[in-house]
Design a protein around this ligand. Structure first.
Ligand SMILES: NC(=O)c1ccc[n+]([C@@H]2O[C@H](COP(=O)([O-])OP(=O)(O)OC[C@H]3O[C@@H](n4cnc5c(N)ncnc54)[C@H](OP(=O)(O)O)[C@@H]3O)[C@@H](O)[C@H]2O)c1
Length: 333
């Protein structure tokens, strides 16, 4: 791969900062780097690899000469500026929800559907949401082996998934609790200190946006438009690393041993075969790691075709920044 002129949009955020670490860790060949944030941050400096970069606001000039633009500044910024970056000749990898359901735009988890990158008329690729990415890295190899028929998933999602300011707000809530005061909330949808929240906007049918995303994105990535997916998404007082409890039914009878064999050879998966007190994937240890950690694989005593398992991954890393850079490594040839 020739050295790329790279722009990161949302460079000061939780995902943008992780993108910088991932690019450095993977020695991504960069000819130049532009860091873009909101107009209010323009002119401030950000330090990366022992160099100071002056933050830019999004503009056509900011994207001129850029080969690769990694967007993680929210859907409205992506809608406004991703087409501009693509028109300037850049490959765009977008972390927001703006283009995920656009039929002309591939939605990609490289371990699962890298072949979708071949059909890309608009030079924009969407990165799925973090909960869907880790679930599918674990489920896809089992789907290939036995044919997936139905998924039921409950999530235990970390605070970092709501961005850098949510972590600060959570810390303030814990301090307020410690002083015996009533914690405030603005970014988080409620008090997460000593609590958990079924957050996000709920429609009349009781579904949350995060749950809808898991259904729609899973169906698109697996090219299974009527797959039965039944999620319940929950925010928990964990700083980083999403966990998920998954029940999956397949077209054939399956055993724990069969699942261990498939998952043990799966790209991007680290499998815990052992069981015992504290021996299972955990957000504390998954944090900062590239892999999707899978453990607690169990047979469903009432259904010979079904398995249950636990999946943990760093939502900011594999759930966003790393997945985006893995896509970039495949398109910037
Ligand atoms: N956190 C996760 O686990 C995760 C996972 C998957 C996808 N995502 C998605 O990634 C995106 C960013 O998430 P995050 O967690 O990194 O959020 P964040 O920590 O709140 O960071 C937001 C970033 O966007 C920038 N920004 C805000 N308004 C802007 C504008 N008008 N023009 C240019 N830049 C602007 C901010 O710059 P300032 O510093 O100047 O405000 C900051 O760099 C969201 O779409 C989110 O849904 C996040």
């Amino acid at each position: 791969m020739k050295a790329q002129h790279v722009a990161i949009v949302g460079a000061t955020g939780a995902v943008g900062q992780e993108m910088l670490r991932v690019l450095a860790d993977r020695r991504f060949a960069m000819a130049s780097l532009r860091l873009i944030a909101s107009p209010g941050s323009a002119g401030r400096t950000v330090r990366f690899a022992e160099r100071d970069y002056v933050l830019m606001a999004p503009s056509r000039e900011a994207f001129e000469g850029v080969d690769l633009a990694l967007f993680s500044a929210g859907a409205s910024v992506s809608r406004a500026w991703a087409p501009v970056a693509a028109a300037c000749g850049a490959w765009v990898v977008d972390n927001s929800s703006a283009y995920r359901q656009d039929p002309e735009i591939p939605l990609v988890v490289p371990e699962v559907n890298a072949e979708a990158l071949a059909n890309n008329p608009r030079r924009i690729i969407a990165n799925p949401n973090c909960s869907t990415i880790q679930m599918l890295v674990a489920l896809a190899p089992m789907h290939r082996a036995w044919g997936l028929e139905r998924v039921v998933v409950s999530t235990y999602q970390a605070i970092s998934g709501k961005g850098a300011r949510a972590l600060d707000e959570f810390d303030a809530q814990v301090r307020a609790d410690g002083r015996g005061e009533s914690p405030a909330h603005e970014i988080l949808p409620g008090i997460l200190s000593g609590n958990l929240l079924c957050d996000w906007a709920h429609g009349d049918d009781g579904w949350s946006e995060e749950e809808r995303k898991m259904v729609a994105e899973t169906r698109k990535i697996l090219s299974m438009p009527s797959l039965a997916v039944s999620p319940t998404t929950v925010r928990v007082p964990v700083r980083n690393g999403h966990s998920e409890s998954v029940w999956a039914r397949f077209a054939r009878p399956v055993t724990r041993a069969m699942a261990h064999e498939v998952l043990g050879a799966a790209e991007g998966v680290v499998l815990t075969r052992e069981s015992g007190p504290g021996v299972h994937p955990q957000p504390r240890t998954a944090s900062g790691q590239d892999a999707v950690f899978v453990g607690r694989v169990r047979e469903d005593g009432g259904d010979p075709n079904a398995l249950m398992f636990f999946v943990v991954s760093d939502n900011v890393r594999k759930g966003a920044a790393l997945n985006a850079v893995q896509i970039a490594e495949r398109v910037c040839l």
